[in-house]
Design a binder for this molecule. Sequence first.
Ligand code: GLY
Length: 573
Amino acid sequence: MQKTIKPLTKLKITSTLIISVIIFASCVSSQLGKNDSGEFKNGMVVTAHPEASKVGIEILKKGGNAVDAAVAVQFALAVVYPNAGNIGGGGFMVYRSAKGEVNALDFREKASAAASRDMYLDAAGNPIVDKSLYGHLAAGVPGSVAGMVEAHQKYGKLSWKQVLQPAIDLAEKGFEITKRQASELNGLHRRLMDVNINGTALVNLESTWQEKSLLVQTELANTLKLIQQKGKAGFYEGAVADSIVAEMQRGNGLITKQDLKNYRAVWRKPIVGNYRDYKIITMPPTSSGGIALIQLLQSVEPYPLKRWGHNADSTVQVVVEAERRVYADRATHLGDPDFYKVPQNTLLNINYNKKRMTDFNWASATPSNQILAGVTKGKESEETTHFSIVDHDGNAVSITTTLNGSYGSLVVVKGGGFLLNNEMDDFSVKPGAPNMYGLVGGEANAIAPNKRMLSSMTPTIVEKDGKLFMVVGTPGGSTIITSVFQTIINVIDFDMNMQSAVAAKKFHHQWLPDEVYIEKDAIDSLSTEKLKAKGYKLVYRGPIGRVDAILKTKLGTLQAGADPRGDDTAIGY
Ligand code: GLY
């Protein structure tokens, strides 16, 4: 028995669950592995796209473990969710085995060996608009294929051939795009044609894309077949590497055959911290996410959030003041640990984080220019994707992966059929420059040859009493850390179930600009007035985060949270 859990709006959750209980009780209550509350015992896959979730669950049902399913999902997302799923990008995996072994894999992109600190500056030393964002020069050396090979070799159970096959089938035979995808691809038609003058499978030359149009990607299928046959060499050497390098030469990009051949994914020690009675296992640098997440949790732990209530003015104030301080630290102290000594022990010290909150004043908002730290980059792209998987034995995988911008650099490798990332924009393009307050920073994340660019991606696993409790993560650029943090406290402090915690409206502060971004209806009118009176500048904006998460209940069942902000889909069995 398999059930697809469609994303629900917050208001619909209760009634839909009640209806589900009635339907299950009357129709399928004898099915194995499922109880009558829509929770599942054997496995759960939550991804940004229904087809990718189907791939993951089928792999689990064939006897694959969570890593097999994750590898299959990563490749499937490269086909069915090309705005962020990828083989031309990178990402991070946090893993926890059923026995409690934890690990973290860094398959973040790297700068080419030919990259240089000032490569996006003009003769006067000013950043050239969009140079790090669009076109071939924006691409870092992709890491996703190396990451999947590494993860599968270490933990996989099914054959490499088996885990690649679903993505090949989806690319070769095509799949029906969603309404949202049809609208996105129609909107991108001209820009995709500008960058890819010979066309790409993502451009419909005959008419417009519609919901359920079949998207067939033959070149991508051929690339995936080479990866299936040759593993890492199928991408980083031979015909695919040749086509990446030819693409670079066409568009004045930097990636060389040597860059591709030299690329390695790196196993890193996860960041592990505590919050109340829970253990948080999360991603270390090159992501800033894990350290920032633990800092946020440590900063708010002394406060009675539960008593104050979800998104009540006191809760919002404490969270915003914690975020202000943590994001200031992030801008100054975080970068690729292979190039920069990140002061990890200090940042993760509970006394340090408590002290950072001592100058916080209940009467008024702390102006961000009084929080000493370095420059932060401007807007970070929010188009990334996250998936969470738990298998029958209880192994758990949390992967966040990205091309950076939506559809990355928009460059589709000719002959290869896959998009290249624009991850170079995640470096500090102009480090060392004073910001508007005269503060200097950003060195930790300066561009250097072969260096990884800083990320906010925060794939996370939570334990309680030594057992798996939650698998969580999200896209959202700089809002990733906030969304993961708020989803965790929604469950731990505000007793929400997984779906409610994911769907709950969120807010975000990132030190600079000194504004609190909020989703519509996130904060009630009385709390809004109180916060405004204290000097908080509230700015309404569109969706924050797109969290896909799994909760293991006290009964041992798996409960999903698939974000209603997208086409995200949970399937359990
Ligand atoms: N490109 C988004 C991130 O790495 O955080």
